[in-house]
Write a protein that binds this ligand. Structure first.
Ligand SMILES: NC(=O)c1ccc[n+]([C@@H]2O[C@H](COP(=O)([O-])OP(=O)(O)OC[C@H]3O[C@@H](n4cnc5c(N)ncnc54)[C@H](OP(=O)(O)O)[C@@H]3O)[C@@H](O)[C@H]2O)c1
Length: 233
C-alpha cells in the first residue's frame, strides 16, 4: 500500500504499525492541493510498484469552528476536499483507463446529501464530490474502471475528536474501515454507513426544503449543547 499525507512523522508511524502486523505500507508524502505533485507521485508509485489497482481518495478537512461565510476557510476546504479529489482523479483515472481496469473510491460524506447548518463549506465540498463522481461514473465504467463514492456518517477519528455537537450512531474507526473494505469487494456505486444514519439522511434528501429546515431548526446545535452543559455545571 502506498500512503499519502502531508505529515511525514504520521506516515512513518503508519508504516511502523503496519510492519508490526506483517503488512507493508510505503510512505509518499504529498499535498493533494498540489495537482502537479499528485501527478508526479502517481507516476513514481506506478514506476516503483506497478499499476495502481485501487486508489482511495481520502484526504479531507473539516473546519472545527468558523463563521459560516469565512472566505479563507471555504477556499481551504474546497481546495482539499474537492480539488484534492480532482487532482487525484486526474492523475489516476487516465492511467487506469489506458489499461482498461482499476478501482477508485472517493471519500465524500453523508454531510454532502443536504446543507448541514453550521457546516456550509464542508457540506458544499462533499456535495460537489458526490456530484463529480456521479458525473464521471458512466465514463469511468466505459473505460473499465469501477468508481465508488464513500459516504460515511460520524466516525471516531481526529477529525471528530472535539466535535461539540451530537454525533448520532458514531462508529469506531475500525468498524468504519471494515464497512469500507466490505464495500470495495462489491461494485455498488455508493458505500454508505452506518446504515441507519444513511437511511435517515436519504429520507432527509427527499424532504421538501421547508420540511427539512423545520427539522433542522429543532436539531440540537453545538451552541445549544454548550449552553446545556453550562446549566448542568
Ligand atoms: N470522521 C468522520 O466522521 C467522517 C465522516 C464522513 C466523511 N469523512 C471523510 O473521511 C476522510 C478522512 O477523514 P478522517 O475522519 O480520517 O479525518 P482526519 O483524521 O482528520 O484525517 C484526515 C487525513 O487527510 C490528510 N490530509 C489533510 N489535508 C491534506 C492535504 N492537503 N494533502 C494530503 N493529505 C491531507 C491528513 O494528513 P496530513 O494532515 O498529514 O496531510 C489525514 O491523514 C475525509 O475526507 C473526511 O471528510 C470523515
Amino acid at each position: 500500500v502506498a500512503a499519502t499525507a502531508r505529515r511525514l512523522p504520521e506516515l512513518e508511524a503508519l508504516v511502523t504499525e503496519a510492519a508490526a502486523e506483517g503488512g507493508r505500507i510505503v510512505a509518499y508524502p504529498c499535498d493533494v492541493t498540489d495537482g502537479a505533485g499528485m501527478d508526479r507521485l502517481v507516476a513514481v508509485v506506478e514506476q516503483v510498484h506497478g499499476p495502481i489497482a485501487l486508489a482511495i481518495l481520502n484526504a479531507g478537512v473539516a473546519p472545527k469552528s468558523a463563521a459560516s461565510l469565512d472566505v479563507a476557510t471555504f477556499r481551504q476546504v474546497i481546495d482539499v476536499n474537492l480539488m484534492g479529489v480532482v487532482h487525484g482523479l486526474a492523475a489516476v483515472h487516465p492511467r487506469m483507463a489506458g489499461r482498461g481496469r482499476g478501482r477508485i473510491a472517493v471519500n465524500a460524506s453523508l454531510a454532502g446529501y443536504r446543507g448541514l447548518p453550521g457546516a456550509g463549506a464542508y457540506s458544499a465540498s462533499k456535495a460537489a464530490v458526490i456530484a463529480l463522481c456521479e458525473s464521471l461514473q458512466i465514463e469511468a465504467g466505459r473505460a473499465g474502471i469501477v468508481l465508488q463514492v464513500v459516504n460515511p456518517g460520524f466516525v471516531e477519528t481526529p477529525m471528530t475528536r472535539d466535535n461539540p455537537h451530537p454525533m448520532p450512531f458514531l462508529l469506531p474507526v475500525e468498524t468504519a474501515a471494515r464497512r469500507l473494505c466490505d464495500g470495495l469487494e462489491h461494485d455498488r456505486f455508493e458505500i454508505a454507513f452506518p446504515r441507519r444514519l444513511a437511511w435517515i439522511a436519504k429520507l432527509f434528501r427527499l424532504l421538501p426544503a421547508g420540511a427539512y429546515f423545520a427539522l433542522m431548526r429543532r436539531a440540537p446545535t453545538a451552541k445549544g449543547e454548550a449552553e446545556r452543559a453550562e446549566t448542568q455545571r
